[in-house]
Ligand binder design. Structure first.
Ligand code: XMP
Length: 329
């Protein structure tokens, strides 16, 4: 029950007091709600001494890079460097099928790219960046250390956390975590005050390793990424059109590395199957599969097979968590 206007004002005051006039601050944007709200808030406090980067790892959704860069630049007026690291990520993932190995490679490559960015900033401003902004929320904090007793401490030692992509090693950055005492719904409220659109603030979560955890096996094989992007976009757009997006915690398509026989037109086809997954959840720890109505499923299945080349079968994932996880890997 805090007033978010007061929280915002207080946070800005604290950040202004903490970050000296010569200090520079870096931030990796994921395109998600938390990092965007955190960056916008810090930008309000210190302006262009904040340097943000958005990394396209080649594992993003349909037009995701264009969409978030447009939001950052045109709507939020946040200075963001976009790095296209598709080649770097995909070449390292080639032939890798083991899920944990895929995650490790992606995490490590992210550190490399972020490290390069930090050094670019250093070259540009003539000084090593001092601070790193992270969109850590209160539930993440209580997961990794005891809750803060009184007052607000704004920098603590760097901990590993699944959203922490990794840190430039030789920089000894101090953390700025302006959302660290807030819950998700409070972050959304703060985002509204910062003039971030409600549509964006209600976006479903998206995992750091991206589409790699939605393509079992080698993500670089064939045109699986391209097919998955198209199927996912149709599914999400249909969910938006049906006005059920906000009832769902997460919805997405999964590419199956399986070919089955179909018949399309007068042609026998031997094409891929895809799965659709949608769940409701409070926090992602447990989840229930979402009950679509049959008409919706029928429409979306037809639409996918009619418009995505290389797909002739659509399956629905009807498992909850547990026993399944939300993602497929
Ligand atoms: P699972 O699949 O474990 O997912 O049931 C629970 C929630 O966490 C998200 N998720 C991730 N988020 N990096 C992230 O930032 C990850 O490596 C990662 N793995 C899973 C998932 O999308 C779901 O919301």
């Amino acid at each position: 029950g805090w007033k978010m206007e007061d929280v915002l004002e207080e946070e800005i005051k604290v950040i202004k007091g903490m970050v000296g006039p010569e200090d520079h601050v870096i931030c990796a944007l994921s395109g998600g709600v938390d990092s965007t709200v955190a960056a916008k808030l810090v930008h309000k406090a210190i302006g262009d001494r904040l340097h943000c980067v958005f990394v396209d790892n080649g594992l993003l959704r349909y037009k995701e890079r264009e969409r978030v860069m447009d939001l950052f630049e045109k709507r939020l007026h946040l200075p963001v460097t976009c790095v296209d690291a598709t080649e770097e990520f995909l070449s390292k993932l080639k032939g890798v099928t083991e899920p944990e190995m895929k995650r490790k490679i992606i995490g490590k490559e992210f550190i490399n790219i972020f490290d390069l960015f930090a050094h670019d900033v250093e070259k540009k401003v003539g000084k090593k960046p001092t601070y790193l902004v992270q969109g850590t929320l209160y539930p993440d904090v209580i997961e990794s250390c005891p809750p803060p007793g009184s007052g607000r401490t704004h920098s603590h030692t760097i901990k590993s956390h699944h959203n922490v992509g990794g840190l430039p090693k030789d920089m000894k950055l101090k953390l700025i975590e302006p959302l660290k005492l807030l819950f998700k719904d409070e972050v959304r409220e703060l985002g509204k005050i910062l003039d971030i659109s409600e549509d964006f603030l209600k976006r479903h979560p998206f995992p750091g390793p991206g589409l790699a955890v939605r393509i079992p096996g080698d993500v670089t094989a064939g045109n699986s990424l391209d097919i998955l992007r198209q199927v996912d976009e149709i599914f999400i757009q249909s969910i938006r059109d049906a006005k059920i997006y906000d009832e769902i915690w997460q919805a997405f398509a999964v590419f199956l590395p399986v070919k089955t026989v179909g018949v399309q037109g007068d042609q026998r086809t031997h094409s891929h199957a895809v799965a659709l997954r949608a769940v409701t959840s409070q926090d992602g720890m447990t989840a229930d599969w979402y009950y679509f109505d049959f008409k919706f499923l029928d429409d979306v299945s037809r639409k996918i097979c009619n418009s995505v080349r290389g797909v002739n079968r659509v399956l629905l994932d009807i498992t909850s968590k547990p026993p399944s996880t939300i993602e497929w890997e």
